[in-house]
Each structure stands twice: as structure tokens, then as C-alpha cells.
Design a protein around this ligand. Sequence first.
Ligand code: HEC
Ligand code: HEC
Length: 145
Amino acid sequence: MIKTPILAAAAMAFAGAAFADEMEYMPPVTHAATLEECSACHMAYPAGFLPPQSWKVMMATLDNHFGENAGLDEEMRVEIEKYLVANAGRDRSGDGAAPQRISDLPWFRHEHEEEVSKRQFEKAKSWANCTACHKKAEKGVFEDD
Ligand code: HEC
Ligand code: HEC
């Protein structure tokens, strides 16, 4: 039985490494309508950063989207939701919650804590402004740069 905790720790370390690799690159939005409609106010965030239920809630509440009206006609709304849900990430919390901000997710906080200088943040103004710090974000690249 003494082996169990060691194996569990090794498995966790491995999962951590795989997760970090996965985070350096997140496939960018390639769907034309999503690129067009969801990059007017900020970059078109990669679908893989939020679980499917997050996109469903977001696409149902576009008329009050972080204080803005990002409403779309129904045909376009449905098309974009389909794309985002089909390309969504895993539900990492596993509790079915539908977080609306990538920048509030536990992994996000973990990756950014103590990595960003005050000056860098003041320039970016918001965590939602990925491209201020990740110059290649629109190509899906989030590794050190
Ligand atoms: C009219 C402007 C506007 C449009 C169009 C728009 N958004 Fe946003 N979005 C915002 C604002 C404002 C915020 C909050 C930004 C901040 O906190 O700095 C935001 C934030 C977000 C966030 C959370 C970012 C974070 O903090 O992790 C996501 C995800 C998002 N938008 C997705 C979308 C999607 C998907 C679409 C297309 C259907 C879209 N947005 C279209 C204005 C817009
Ligand atoms: C104020 C600057 C800043 C903003 C804004 C910012 N980041 Fe980061 N991000 C960093 C720094 C610094 C790191 C840690 C060093 C590195 O890996 O680039 C990091 C790390 C990451 C990582 C881990 C990369 C890896 O190598 O594993 C991801 C993924 C990431 N950011 C995504 C985002 C997303 C998505 C947004 C927008 C919703 C965002 N970041 C906004 C500065 C920022």
C-alpha cells in the first residue's frame, strides 16, 4: 500500500506537465463569422479556453455582455455558438459551472500570479487584454514572449 501515494503524486506531476504544454498553444479562432463578430472589441478568444456551457450562457446573454450590447441576429448567433461549443475546452472544474471570464479561471490566476509586473499590467489595463502581453495571441501562442 505504501506505493499508492507515490504513484498518485507521479500521476499528478505528469498531468501538470501535460497541462502546461497544452497551455502554450491554444488553437486560434478560424471560423470566419466568429472572427468577424467577436473581435470588434477585443481579440477573438480561442474557444478552447472555456467549457461548452460557458459559451452557451454567453451566447444567450449577448445583449448584456460585460456591460456592452454585443447582440447579433439570430442566424449569426446560432452559427457562432455552434462553432464555439464544438471547439470548447474541457470542464476543468468538473462541476458544470459556466464561468464567463477566462481571466477568472484558477489556471489563469495560477499562470499569471507573480509573473506580471505592475507596469506591464498598467499598460494592458485589463486581464482581458491578452494581446497587450501575448503578442502572438491571435496565432494561438501564449508561451513566454
Ligand atoms: C461591443 C463590444 C464587444 C463585442 C462585439 C464582444 N465583446 Fe466580449 N467583451 C467585451 C467587453 C467590454 C469585455 C470585458 C473586457 C474587460 O474586462 O476588459 C468582454 C469580455 C469577453 C470575455 C471574457 C474575457 C476575460 O476576461 O477572460 C469573453 C470570453 C468574451 N468577451 C467573448 C466574446 C465573444 C464570444 C464575442 C462574440 C460573440 C464577443 N465577446 C463580442 C465587449 C465585447
Ligand atoms: C499584463 C500582461 C498579461 C495579460 C493581460 C495576459 N497575460 Fe497571459 N501571461 C502573461 C505572463 C507574463 C505569463 C507567464 C509567462 C509566459 O508564459 O508567457 C502568462 C502566461 C499565460 C499562459 C501560460 C503559457 C504557458 O507557457 O503555459 C496562458 C495560456 C496565458 N497567459 C493566456 C492568457 C490569456 C488567454 C489572456 C487574456 C484573456 C492573457 N493571458 C492575458 C502576461 C499576461
